[in-house]
Design a binder for this molecule. Structure first.
Ligand code: PGA
Length: 243
């Protein structure tokens, strides 16, 4: 793991943008694994600014999102499909036929199988990740097997509370209790992993991911075994690191 500590969220987002753009510029047909949540919002803004200013093109890029709530149609303003359109896809020249977000409705088992097949056919060049305060990546909650592939998830209460605080206007009862998520094995197959963590709420999870023994109790600790993993962590999120 390569750990880069930045002063704050802005600097973390700028560094992350440099890493993403390097991949896109080196391979205009790259497969990007993308993430939602509050953490990548500024990164996506910077990618949009770069597209508008420097003309970096996404027309041959394919994207594969990590996860989606189950029970929300893609037009629902809190769906991750909607989030991605609002924050990135509507503002760059990506072909929407090349955009893949797991479907949050229909037959969930069929959707998981289809997504696994899609990922097997399209190896991911860079997988962007946030980290949950409980150490989850994607919606792989503590206890998820490291050999898991795309699957249906029952969200932990802490995740429902975190997501109600940041989204859903604070209404816990509106947050879906289930989701579809890429598994840990899918994430580990990405050629490169880029994880951003910001704020002291992430400090405990970051410490566990980087310095403690690898355990399914802290899903992000699986990344200790990834050969090309960059963690961009601001000072607040890095505050419990000792080494
Ligand atoms: P956040 O979520 O970016 O909203 O903090 C990260 C995550 O849960 O993976």
């Amino acid at each position: 793991m390569k750990v880069i500590i930045t002063k704050d969220y802005e600097e973390a987002s700028q560094k992350a943008c440099e890493v993403m753009l390097e991949v896109v510029k080196n391979n205009p047909k790259a497969n990007l694994g993308l993430a939602t949540g509050s953490t990548p919002v500024r990164l996506y803004e910077l990618m949009v600014e770069d597209h508008k200013t420097n003309g970096t093109s996404y027309k041959d890029i394919k994207s594969f999102n990590l996860d989606e709530y189950f029970g929300l149609d893609q037009s629902h303003p809190q769906s991750y499909h909607y989030f991605m359109c609002q924050n990135l896809f509507n503002h760059v020249d990506i072909d929407m036929n090349n955009v893949h977000v797991p479907k949050g409705n229909g037959d969930i088992d069929e959707e998981c199988d289809a997504y696994n097949k899609l990922l097997a056919e399209n190896p991911i060049d860079i997988q962007l990740l946030g980290i949950g305060s409980n150490g989850h990546i994607g919606f792989n909650e503590p206890g998820t097997d490291f050999d898991s592939v795309t699957h249906k998830v029952d969200l932990k209460q802490s995740t429902i509370e975190d997501n109600a605080r940041l989204f859903f206007n604070g209404k816990i009862e509106d947050v879906p209790t289930q989701a579809v998520s890429m598994g840990i094995a899918n994430i580990m197959q990405a050629k490169k992993v880029l994880l951003i963590a910001s704020g002291e709420g992430k400090a405990k999870a970051v410490k566990g991911m980087v310095e403690d023994k690898k355990t399914t109790d802290l899903p992000a600790s699986c990344l200790q075994d990834h050969e090309d993993c960059i963690l961009i962590v601001d000072e607040a999120a890095a505050s419990l690191l000792t080494k």
